[in-house]
Design a binder for this molecule. Structure first.
Ligand code: HGY
Ligand code: MN
Ligand code: MN
Ligand code: MN
Length: 421
């Protein structure tokens, strides 16, 4: 059958009927009416609503639904035990005040791509699974990609039991409160052994596709990245009566460290961000006793990342010493550079390029993804959909509907090429 090639989907043709319906149903879940952003933290009510939505979508399509031992949701077409499964999906949780697309676009597109394939009358030679990985953003427990890390054995059950949210609730207790058995969590190599390929579609979190004029791209690599916690400890005291020379104010060292992070990142051509801070006792009229800041840093290669983080830590120690502050730096998480499977990447490019002169752009990214975690264990690839402003992790995150539909068709083409006869 003649069908629109990837990136060439006509504006209103080939739009899966289910596509707008899925967005309509997801739109109110965990949405802040004032900002228009989303707060869908793992294992909260909003996340539970999103998970219920996933289960409904699976049921509406007659797919076999299951939750794995780590709380990831799966919807299967074909025999899950047959092996060599083709898997697609992403995540439904969000950062604080996140956008509508980071995560959900990949999940919605997975269901929509299946609808497209069924409308084409495709015959599947391999099992197909659609997946929603739990707790990708790490907004609640501090560690990103918890569901895929557990499955891959990159996070042990013991380590997971020590993850705590801002209210002191541990990850297992949060899972249990949401109806999941926390004793089940742990590595799941048997599940991974049944997967032949994983493809994650995601909104682009930069402007490379906008600049190249393409709707869809293929990911090449994910930068190495990590999170570091800086604890600056000083002495609480009265803001009105304590002379400046008598103070041990950790906020000063923290502030200087933020500026150093910017400088070091510029020098190394990397990025460094202090986006989260907690202050004790957090009183307007008290000098803080503790300033805890979380550094997120990423660079194109490991050497640059080491340079940036090393430079920031050295600067922080110098400032702390100068102000009589104790400093602890703890690396809370780290993900090494990911180079996506070359054979699968080439296969995607071949599938998306066929019947057209389209050259599919291949992009690196500074954002982490479940696909990055799984790439160490199974052949993994990613598709990006154009984001005209590049804004992400913000309510302003956006992708045009025509581009999203082009993404659905690209994903359908890829799944057909990988799983169908
Ligand atoms: O890149 C991130 O911040 C997260 O893994 N999505
Ligand atoms: Mn994200
Ligand atoms: Mn994401
Ligand atoms: Mn007083």
């Amino acid at each position: 059958p003649v069908r629109p090639a990837a990136g060439h989907a006509p504006p209103s043709a080939g739009r899966p009927a289910s596509f707008q319906e899925m967005w309509r149903d997801l739109r109110p879940l965990g949405r802040n009416a004032d900002s228009g952003g989303y707060r869908r933290y793992a294992w909260t009510g909003a996340d539970t609503d999103c998970r219920a939505w996933f289960e409904e979508q699976a049921a509406a399509r007659g797919l076999a639904y299951e939750v794995d031992r780590n709380g990831n949701q799966w919807a299967w077409l074909g025999d899950p035990t047959a092996g060599d499964a083709v898997v697609t999906g992403s995540h439904l949780d969000s950062v604080p005040d996140g956008g509508a697309f980071d995560g959900p676009l990949g999940v919605v597109s997975s269901f929509a791509a299946l609808d497209v394939l069924r409308a084409r009358g495709a015959t599947f030679a391999k099992p197909l699974a659609l997946v929603n990985f739990g707790d990708e953003e790490g907004a609640r427990f501090g560690l990103a990609c918890v569901g895929s890390r557990l499955t891959a054995g990159q996070l042990t059950a013991e380590q997971a039991h020590r993850l705590t949210d801002g209210d002191g609730i541990t990850l297992p207790r949060a899972m249990e409160a949401a109806g999941h058995d926390p004793d089940a969590i742990g590595a799941d190599p048997e599940r991974l052994s049944r997967i032949g390929a994983f493809v994650e579609l995601h909104v682009e979190q930069g402007r490379a596709l906008d600049l190249s004029g393409d709707r869809v791209g293929i990911a090449s690599a994910i930068w190495p990245h990590g999170r570091w916690r800086f604890d600056f400890r000083g002495e609480a005291n009265h803001a009105g009566t304590t002379r400046l020379v008598d103070r041990r104010d950790p906020m000063l060292s923290y502030a200087e460290t933020v500026l150093a992070a910017r400088r070091e990142a510029e020098l190394a051509g990397a990025v460094a961000t202090f986006g989260k801070i907690s202050v004790e006792p957090n009183g307007v009229n008290a000098i803080p006793s503790l300033v805890r800041g979380w550094l997120d840093s990423r660079a194109e290669d490991q050497a640059a990342l080491d340079t940036v983080v090393g430079g920031i830590e050295r600067a922080a120690r110098a400032y702390a010493t100068a102000h009589g502050i104790d400093l602890d730096v703890v690396r809370e998480s780290f993900t090494p550079v990911v180079e996506f499977d070359h054979a699968l990447r080439d296969e995607l490019a071949r599938i998306l390029g066929k019947d057209t002169d389209l050259t599919v752009p291949v992009l690196g990214t500074g954002a982490g993804h479940d696909a990055g975690i799984l790439s160490g264990h199974i052949p993994t690839a990613m598709l990006f959909v154009r984001n005209p402003t590049g804004v992400s992790h913000s309510p302003a995150e956006f992708a045009a509907e025509d581009d999203c539909v082009a993404g659905v068709h690209a994903l359908a083409d890829v799944l057909e090429g990988l799983a169908c006869t």
